[in-house]
Design a protein. Sequence first.
Length: 64
Amino acid sequence: MNFVQQLLLYISITAFAFLVIGLYKPWAMLWWEDVQNRRKVIKLYGGIASTSYIVYWLMFFIIK
């Protein structure tokens, strides 16, 4: 279980870094989309970052 917790933490940190990069240059993080804007960056990477961080903390409190 410790591996899954670390993986979720790394995913949330990486998604947050991608969110920051995407807020500066949306094209760099949404190159496959037809229209790249900051709202899409926030939806995609913000959702991934917050969801994985919440699941990380839920697993932290359930296991301990």
